[in-house]
Write a protein of this length. Structure first.
Length: 210
């Protein structure tokens, strides 16, 4: 009787073991790795498509091309267009990978959701109206005070932003005009000079000021 009871318990334990199989860590990591690669592919698809459009406009209609680039890059409405384009690129990238058999149906759904989240997150950190972009960036850093009362200037909420600033900044420099820059600091960045000079929202009547 006791032997029968023990055998019955062992059989049930085996059954529960089969039902409670824990997913392998390796397969889970592989799935998320594939989804991450798909999201990276989203950025590539978007960038290549936009670059092709810019090249075409610069060749066929230079003045209109410059206006479009300023609109897309430097206005809140343009950022909304970018968000929609990035979301569409996410769906396209995931669909292509699914058709090629590189992503399963569930992985494709995850990739589209992740790509859409990337697009929306970029929009929330980029909007100029109401300092939404600055507020959201500082919120992700846990800076409640700066979120409620944003300060002038761009936010340095990621290591890449801080490192990029360190690449072009020089400390202890005597400036020719007092108050032109932060006292004792100068910046050497042709890229930033060009952006400030040519696509400043206040100068070009773009951004949320339209």
């Amino acid at each position: 009787m006791a032997n029968k009871t023990l055998k019955s318990m062992k059989y049930k334990a085996k059954g529960y073991g089969k039902k409670l199989k824990v997913p392998e860590i390796g397969s889970t990591a592989k799935k998320y790795g594939k989804v991450t690669a798909a999201v990276a592919g989203t950025g590539v698809v978007y960038a290549l498509g936009y670059e092709a459009l810019r090249g075409l406009l610069r060749t066929m209609a230079p003045s209109q091309g410059a206006t479009l680039e300023n609109f897309v890059t430097n206005t809140d409405k343009g950022l909304l267009v970018q968000t929609l384009a990035l979301g569409s690129a996410s769906a396209l990238s995931a669909s292509v990978l699914n058709s090629a058999g590189l992503l399963s149906k569930s992985e494709t759904t995850m990739a589209v959701a992740a790509g859409t989240g990337l697009a929306v997150g970029r929009m929330l950190t980029g909007l100029a109206t109401g300092d939404i972009g600055k507020r959201f960036s500082t919120l992700l850093d846990g800076e409640v005070g700066l979120t409620a009362f944003p300060k002038p200037g761009p936010t340095l909420s990621t290591p890449s932003n801080t490192w990029a600033l360190n690449q072009i900044s020089q400390m202890g420099v005597e400036l020719p005009q007092a108050g032109q820059h932060h006292p004792g600091m100068s910046f050497n960045s042709p890229y930033m000079d060009s952006a400030i000079t040519n696509t400043n929202p206040l100068q070009q009547k773009s951004g949320p000021f339209v």
